[in-house]
Design a protein around this ligand. Structure first.
Ligand code: HEC
Length: 330
């Protein structure tokens, strides 16, 4: 009687590794599907409809905050619109065990220098995000429309192309194109802040008469974990005038569940001419359960500057295609 129950206890203890031992928990819970090294090579016995994620891929793992992975592992893939094949471990393990196994899984990337997803703050209207993205964004601002494609290269670089149309009169609906490059100079998870340097180039196409080049510095920070602040300083250089203006942009937002109210202010100081100040109240909304599709609606309210000052509605829809396919994650 006594000996068999000791044997059972010993086996159970061997199957339930210590809380802090993320590596052992990973081998016990995750390796069957994600592979012993995280590469996503499932054991032949695991029959999965969807390929398990490659947890070693830095590009995918670093772009997401730790909290998201804790959510997936606690509640299972289906809770975030992913496959039922990704099981929930919230019942089997304690929150400390889940955190330990997630930290271990996230360490499988094994490379430093990737900006962490915690610093990927919601996209505002005006300020260029400092975080490099894989995104499609469709924007409507008054009678102007824009489509932007952003793509990450390596750890810190992002290239972007944008095309604009304007249907405010019958002639020349094609407004122009802009190409830009952005590089994350610095980021710190402990300080919850990052800064990036970039350059926007607009050639004389559509309604644009001459070349325009705009170097910028963008930053984001979430000092007290409640509010996040994003800002940008832009210099505008025009082919005929040289440096024509400086713009200062600042936005403050706060996450309230799936919505994020944001207020931005944009101040433009032309070297010749009147200064302008506009306010941009807006509401960012997470649309998909996974969070890779979002929309925002708000307005531009010119407060200071030459008359006439017309307010206009602004809205965008974005898809983070680096995160998941458009139809997954709902
Ligand atoms: C029964 C097989 C199975 C087990 C066991 C399993 N997973 Fe998964 N996991 C999957 C599948 C399949 C997916 C892909 C889901 C999808 O894309 O719809 C996935 C997806 C994920 C994702 C989402 C990645 C992303 O792209 O957002 C994370 C994170 C993850 N698993 C972590 C873990 C961890 C950590 C463990 C162990 C605690 C674990 N998984 C155990 C099958 C499994």
């Amino acid at each position: 009687m006594f000996l068999p129950s000791v044997a059972v206890l010993v086996t159970l203890a061997a199957q339930a590794p210590a809380d802090s031992d993320g590596a052992a928990l990973y081998q016990a819970w995750c390796s069957k599907c994600h592979g012993a090294d995280g590469r996503g090579k499932a054991a032949a016995t695991a029959r999965l409809a969807v390929p398990p994620a490659d947890l070693q891929e830095c590009k995918a793992s670093t772009a997401e905050p730790e909290a998201r992975w804790i959510g997936i592992v606690t509640h299972g893939g289906a809770a975030l619109g992913l496959s039922l094949d990704m099981p929930a471990f919230g019942e089997a393990g304690t929150p400390a065990q889940v955190r330990a196994v997630v930290r271990y899984a996230r360490s499988l990337c094994g490379e430093l220098g990737w900006p962490p997803g915690e610093l990927n703050f919601p996209r505002p209207f005006l300020v260029e995000k400092a975080f490099p993205e894989n995104e499609w964004v469709v924007t409507a601002a008054g009678r102007q429309q824009a489509v932007a494609y952003e793509r990450r290269f390596g750890k810190r670089l992002q290239l972007e192309g944008e095309a604009r149309t304007a249907f405010d009169s019958l002639d020349q609906p094609f407004d122009g194109v802009t190409a830009s490059v952005k590089y994350n100079l610095w980021h710190s998870l402990e300080r919850r802040a990052l800064a990036s340097l970039g350059l926007e180039v607009t050639p004389p196409l559509g309604r644009q008469d001459n070349w325009e080049i705009e170097p910028f510095l963008a930053f984001g920070a979430q000092p007290g974990r409640a509010l996040f602040v994003q800002g940008e300083i832009v210099a505008s250089w025009e082919e005929t005038e040289g440096i024509a203006a400086f713009s200062y942009r600042l936005g403050v937002g706060r996450e309230v569940g799936r919505v994020v109210p944001i207020l931005e202010a944009g101040w433009t100081v032309p070297l010749g001419g009147e200064r302008t100040l506009s306010l941009y109240p807006q509401m960012w909304v997470q649309l998909s359960r996974l969070g890779h599709v979002a929309a925002s609606l708000g307005a531009e309210l010119p407060a200071v500057g030459p008359e006439p000052r017309h307010p206009r509605l602004i809205g965008f829809v974005l898809w983070d295609y680096g995160d998941a396919g458009l139809l997954r994650g709902w």
